[in-house]
Design a protein around this ligand. Sequence first.
Ligand code: TXA
Ligand code: MG
Length: 324
Amino acid sequence: MADIVDTLSDAQAALARASETLGRGVPVAIPTETVYGLAADATNPLAITRIYEMKGRPRFNPLICHMADLAMAERHAVFDPLSRKIAEAFWPGPLTLVLPIRPESTIHPLARAGLDTVGIRVPKGFASRLLAAFGRPLAAPSANTSGRISPTTARHVADDFGAKLELVLDGGPAVVGLESTIIKVEDGTIRLLRPGGLDAAEIERVTGLPVLRSESAGATIEAPGMLASHYAPDAPVRLNASTVQPGEVLIRFGAAELPGEAQAALVLDLSPTGDLAEAAANLFGFMKQADATGAASIAFSPIPATGLGEAINDRLQRAAAPRG
Ligand code: TXA
Ligand code: MG
């Protein structure tokens, strides 16, 4: 089992231990405001290979590279004025920008799966302190086995990887609970590659420009991680349920009661007050809790598709997609 080191009680010790481990080319699970990440030195090909191996992740799938701040990001990627404006407004935060890589960047091509672009994010909290201390970008996908639910606690991470992982930094439950929103600026237009923890309407408000959604499934090639059957619990998932089957787990929203609840194995409410940010923070943990009951299926009542509800419904669709 991995060592779980608390970042709150002794931040200095956690920083030193993490830097030493990362320096050996060994991945470390780190807290971020979105989800826990499996981080490795983005300039070290062996370290990156270890991330892919530990996750069982296809190597054509590029990783997000995390930076301490915008200045560090500018040393690795080319910022057009619109991307810079968006970065200044939302970093640190749950936003990833896909940008052209600088020829002099030390990010290894394995981290970007050979693409001439790189996904960059400046995270909040302990991760940013670690990045500043380590001094190099950290490639970090969500700290889960490929295709599984993203972890929002250190315990989720340790349980998933077992002895394969040396170190988990515990920063408490992830505040946002959904992966970052990914966008790409092209010819002055903003394309949404993945809805996530930053409401796209916020980007529209700051820029005065529409955030363009992909019209067809073909557009998802741009973000190869965004394929169906992702974020899947073990049990099959049923969406937009209007009744509960006996023995099923119900995950509902806004205190809306459903017929059949009395026979449910478990009823969880993502946010009794109908707060989408609270629902986002609870979503992945509730899916794991539902799975832990061993129930035959998990039913979700409808969740509004507005604001953060766009990203929540995106993850639910993937959880419910036919398994490959
Ligand atoms: O919140 C998050 O973004 C978390 C935390 C740990 O920061 N990280 C995360 O990383 O979700 P990951 O590796 O699970 O998701 C990376 C996504 C994938 O869909 C990948 O295809 C896309 O980002 N991506 C990365 N680089 C890209 C690029 N150059 N072009 C297009 N898509 C890219
Ligand atoms: Mg992931």
